[in-house]
Structure formats: C-alpha cells, structure tokens
Design a protein around this ligand. Sequence first.
Ligand SMILES: Nc1ncnc2c1ncn2[C@@H]1O[C@H](COP(=O)(O)OP(=O)(O)O)[C@@H](O)[C@H]1O
Ligand SMILES: N[C@@H](CC(=O)OP(=O)(O)O)C(=O)O
Length: 813
Amino acid sequence: MLVLKFGGTSMGSAEAIKKVADIVKEKLQHESLFLVVSAMSGTTDLLLNCGAKAAADDESYKELLKQIETRHLDAVKALIPVQHQSSVLSMVKKYCNEIEDICNGIYLLSESSLRTKDKLVSYGELLSSTIINAALNHAGIVAVWKDARELIRTNANYGNAAVDFAVTNQQIKDYVQQANAKLIVVPGFIAGNEEQITTTLGRGGSDYTAAILAAAVDASALEIWTDVSGMMTADPRWVANAKIIPSISYQEAMELSHFGAKVIYPPTIQPVLSKNIPTWIKNTFAANDHGTVIEFKSESSNIITGISSINSLALLSLEGSGMIGIPGFSSRLFAALANAQINVILITQGSSEHSICVGVDAALAGRAKEVVDKAFEYEINSDKVEPLQIEEQLSIVALVGDQMRHHTGISGRMFSALGRNGINIRAIAQGSTERNISAVVAAADVRKAVNVLHEEFFETTKKQVNLFIVGTGNVGKKLLDQLKQQQSFLEQQLRLQVNIVGLSNSRKMLIDENGIDLAKWEDSLANAEQADLQAFVQSIIKRNLRNSVFVDVTANAAIAGVYASLLEKSIAVVACNKVAASSQLSNYKKLKHLSSEFNAPFLFETNVGAGLPIIGSLNDLMRSGDRVHKMEAVLSGTLNFVFNNYDGSRPFAEVVKQAQDEGYTEPDPRLDLSGVDVMRKILILSREAGVQMEMEEISCNGFLPDSCMQGSVADFYEAMKKEEAHFKAIYDKAHAENCKLKFVASFADGKAGVGLQHIPPQHDLYHLYGKDNVVLFYTDRYKEQPMVVKGAGAGAEVTASGVFADILRAAQK
Ligand SMILES: Nc1ncnc2c1ncn2[C@@H]1O[C@H](COP(=O)(O)OP(=O)(O)O)[C@@H](O)[C@H]1O
Ligand SMILES: N[C@@H](CC(=O)OP(=O)(O)O)C(=O)O
C-alpha cells in the first residue's frame, strides 16, 4: 500500500485538485492507496481567525465564514458536473452551518477553549476531503472516505495531541482489512480521543497523519505532495539560489524540519523512520520532477545538507552567584518550563555555571517568566538568583548536516561569514550529535544570515553583490554602461553576480531587490518615485542584504554625510565623491574607524587621479612598512588640460568650457580652477600617507582673480572673459622663460601646498600632456628615483572604471 499526502497548497483551488486527481489515478494503477489531504490552503488560518474574532465580540467573523463557504462551494462547482453536484453541495453547506453554529456559540460566550478550536479547525480537512472524495468518484475513480477521528487515537491535549500508537495502529489495520478498498480518502491533521472528541495533531499535522498511516500498514512508501520539487537547501522564499536535496537521511530531515524547514512537519519522520519507509517530497505542479527521498543512509555524503531558521525566539537567562556549584538548578528550570508545556529549543551554559540560557518560542516568553520566577521565588528573594531575563526579537539560524562531525572548521567558517556581514551572534549551540550548529541572531538579521550561509556553503561558485548607486551624471552613466557590459563576464569569470538593487539621482530613486534591468534603467528611473536620500539609505539598511555596496558617484556633500550610517551597518562604501575623505580630520578618521570596526570597505581610489592606481599604490607602500617623505604631483586633469591647451590664441574661458564639456571638471569648474580640488587631493594623499592634516593647513598659490569667484557658474564664465589679459600675462611670462605652466601639489616634511609653477623642460613634470596626472612618491625605499604613477587623470570613462574596480575590491573582501 502507498500513502499519498497532498498539502493545502495542492488543494488550494479546483485547478490544483484536478492535478491531485490525475496523480492519484496514475498511482492507483500500481497499488492501493491511502490519500490524506489537508484543508484548502489558508482555510485553517481563516477558521482560527473566525473563532478569534467571535471570541473578541467582533461580528466580522460572519464575513470570513461567507468566504470559507464560497470558496468550497466554488470548488465543488468547478470539479463536479452540475447534475451530480447537489449531494456534495448540501454536505458542504451542512459543514458550513456547523462552523457557523460553533462560531455563534463562541460569540455568545465571548470565549473559546482549545477543545472548541480543535473542533472548529477540523472542518477545514473535513471539507477538503469530502470534496476530493466526491470529485474522484465522479471521475470514475472509486474511493471510500474514512473519518481520521476513528482511526487515529490521541490523548486530550487539544491543539497538539499525542498519539496512542497501540490503539491507533490496531484501528488502522482493522479498518484496512475490513474496508478492502483500493483507495481510502482520509482528512489529515484531525484525530479523536477516547471519548470520540475531536483533537488535532499540531499545525502542519497532516504530514504526521500520513506517516502514522504509512507506518501502521507498512506502506511501500510515503509521498508528501506539495508546491516545491523537494526539500531544499534553504527556504526558497528567502534564498533565490536554494537547491533541491535529492536524497537525505531521516536524521537530517528531522533536524532541518525541527529548525524551521516548513516543507515537512517535524514529528512526521519518527513513524516512517521506525519502519524504514522511504518518504518522498514531490511537487504536485511538476509531478515528473525527481523530488527528495528521505531514507536510511549509513553514511551521508553531505557535509552541510541544509540551512534553516526559527524566526521567533526569545532567550531566557537565569543568572546569579547562588547557582555556582549547586546541582539541580538546571533541572528545576527545565521542570518549571516543561510543567508549563514550554518547549526548550536551545540551551547554552557557560562553564562558570554562573548563568544558564535557554531559547523558547517568543510567544511563550511571558508565561516562561511567570513560571520560572515562581519556581525560584526563594532564591530571587534572597538575592541568590536574578529574576529571569528575557531577550526578544531573536531568531535561530542553523546549519544541518550528518558529516559536520568529521570536518573541522565548519563553525569557524559559519561565524566568520556571519561576522563579515555584520551579523552579531547572541548565543551558539551545537547538538552533541554534531549534526546541527545553531546561532542566535537578531530577528532583523535572520534572512540575511540564511543567505550569507547559503552563499558560503552552497554557492561557493557564485557570490551575489548588491549595489546601491547614487548619481547618474557623466560618471554614473558610464559606470552603468560598464556594469551592463561586464555583467555576464563577471558572473562567468569571477563568479560574481552583480545586482543593482538601488539607483538614485537628485530627482528620482528606484529600488528593485531582483536587480534593476540595466538595458532600460533610464526609463525605469524616470518612472520611479521621487528621490529622498534618507529614505533611500533607510531602505538599504532595512533590506539588510548581504554584500551590500553603496556607490557614490556624485560630488554632493549631503551624500557624503550618510557614509557613517551605512558603514556602521557593515555596508561597504565606494565613492568618487571627495567630500568625505577631504572633510574634517575627525570625520575622515571616524569613517576609517567604522570601516575597520564593521568590516566594511570604504574605498575612494578615484578621489585622486581618477582610475589611476594612486591611493592603492600608496596604501600598499604604507601597509608594507614604507614611509613617505615627499610627494610631488600634478593632480588636476582640468588644470593640466587647460594649461596644455591655452596659448593665448583663443580665450582662456573657451578652453575652460571645453574642459567642462569633455567631462574633466567638477560640476562647478571653480573648484578646479581655484585649486580647491587639488588641495583636497593632496590632503587625501597626505592622510593616506599617515599624516594628520586639515584642509586649512594647506597653502594655496592660486591664479584666479577674485572677480571670478563671485556668483553662479555662468557669472564665472563671464568674469573669465573680462580677465583674459590676466590669463594671457600669466602664460606669456612662463613662455618667455621657456617654461610650461603646471598646477603642482607638493608634500614634504609633513606640510602640503598647491600652486601654479613655471616648469622648465628638464623637470619631471614637464612632459605631461592633455589631461594627464602624475604623482612622484619619494619614500624610504624610493629615495632618489621616485615611484611614479602617471596617465589620464580625469574623464568619465576612466573615473567610472576606477569606481568599478573599487566595487570589485569591496565585493571580494
Ligand atoms: N528547506 C525547505 N525546502 C523546501 N521548502 C521549504 C523549505 N523551507 C521552507 N519551505 C517552504 O515550505 C512550503 C511548503 O510547505 P507548506 O506551505 O506547508 O505546504 P503544504 O501546504 O503543501 O503542506 C514551500 O512552498 C516552501 O516555500
Ligand atoms: N491544515 C492544517 C494541517 C496541515 O498539515 O496543513 P498543510 O499540509 O497545508 O501544511 C494546518 O494548516 O496547519
């Protein structure tokens, strides 16, 4: 005999029920069947909700009752031909009337007991099993319906009754023998006690019904049909890359289900394990998929089989000096919890014996405090023990696998992966079977934790990076082009799946967790919501996605102001914006500190020399113990371009405009022309060279007349035109000395300065063309001959590629 169980998801609509009928028909060709069904999906919750509303004197329960009735009547109408519907419709109607009577009773009494709740929810399975039984018979498949309450005997622990296996097994065997039927339809989840009163086997308990039947009749197999193609390495609603586990041991399945893998109800395994009955998880909507087989395995080949989580946990800590060395404290704690029917999910105790910490379902925390404080009343009153402390809003994330005990370093990898992503671990437990390592984390972090661990243990070949990009100007656009062009290369060659989750400019912002399509980002952004920097940042933090990188491709001070709030949430920051690194020294230091404390890269290579490897090379020198004595540099692509192209033959203002049009200048070119931009750069280099420097300490020998510094950018161009003679004179003077004009930044003996200089032909800085930058580093190791980094130091394309390189660095941390 074969036992098939179809869950609520497989019974959710007439369409789905037709698929169930097809599968049953096919299976019947080979074997006789027990068919166990759950309530149509959502029905159990609806029934409980009706009861709760009625008990709270809320008359709207009547609307819910209508929904339940309509849903089931509709299913009958869709499944059974009109001329045969009446008897089933009247059966459904009769059940619905009974539900209404019960709810009316609850409403009148303003109260409902666990026993009444069991009676109420039993109608979900009674309805669904009646409907499928009728549908099968009308389709010519002969089926008999059997009330599970007459087969499965339990105690009277309503809501989660315990099975009396001796009576149950006998009842099932007797019935099967007497019925002699090919197909027996049974409502799942419900059972009966000695007095024939309805009980239930706990939420999700239809799986258990099926396992009990399978074990009683020594079934050839148990098949649990649901809406996924098997047990997966993690909950597929959370982890997009979760994979089907083709085969798994009973113990691993038990451990995974205990730790939240909802696809199977934990008690299900015990009956089938004791009879060694292979148990399949199969997909009603993809019946040919292999699915998962749960079976006996002497040696499983998996080190880690799956990752699951329990999402509502409270940690209870009992602490006090009176606990040390005195036996019996823990047994009293556990006895108090057990007597109150509070299940302990996790236990940790430090070797000092000064405290003991247990995890329980968050809903039971209040009750736990009552009973434990009562049990230790004497010790609490005499200050030997503190009143029970409760910490809520926690979750457990667990790694499960038979082979963990044979492999060292698994927990190390687990904790460091969580740590790298800024997930704080509140408590740890490892089962003595070493089949499970559990970490307690904040509930807000659990989804991220499951994803981080899944990536660490199952997606070793691929890593997902989640980008939040602000700025879609010259550099931003180029960056998006480059990302689009490289996306598949990165995935195939570097195994990096780069997901652009957020995109914002000063007008609009767009967030899409599945990744913004880079082929049409401009349209999507144009139609997105109004930009709001704080809302954007909060949304990044709230999403709490692993490997998040914030990318600032603006020159905006407000945006530089949000880095700290991101770094302290372990979100990496990549910026071509120089404002933060050149801000007050205290702010620069704070950001550096947050970056190291929260393990979140803060990278700004493009702050100096665009895509040139200037800061990275300097960092390498410093990290390897070198010391910088002197730096000499031309760091403004704009100024270099301007002085390389200006010879008085066309106006200075026109050359500046060309530099702006070609994308070398800051949005306000006065930042470049005044020397401020170069001051920022030498300041950043000095700081990266280990010097504590403020912007005010840098001297500036500027060349721009005061008249050019007033008003708007348009006013600036007008003013430059009027000052043409001033610029011509500067040029002529240098030319007369056979020198070129270079705006030089220098650092020596801990001091920095910038200014326009006459550079003679033999000078290192003379041969510098176009928009090129150059830096000469004189260090302990590069004494006479400096280390030179030289090349195009401005332009959207090269800046974008420098930002891109920083993103990859942050991603591969
Ligand atoms: N590790 C896991 N493997 C497979 N499914 C899982 C896992 N963890 C959680 N699930 C979820 O369990 C769901 C199936 O359980 P459930 O809704 O109770 O189905 P049914 O109504 O068929 O009993 C799946 O749709 C899936 O989203
Ligand atoms: N209907 C019950 C029992 C059950 O097992 O349902 P499902 O198979 O849909 O998880 C519940 O919702 O708890």
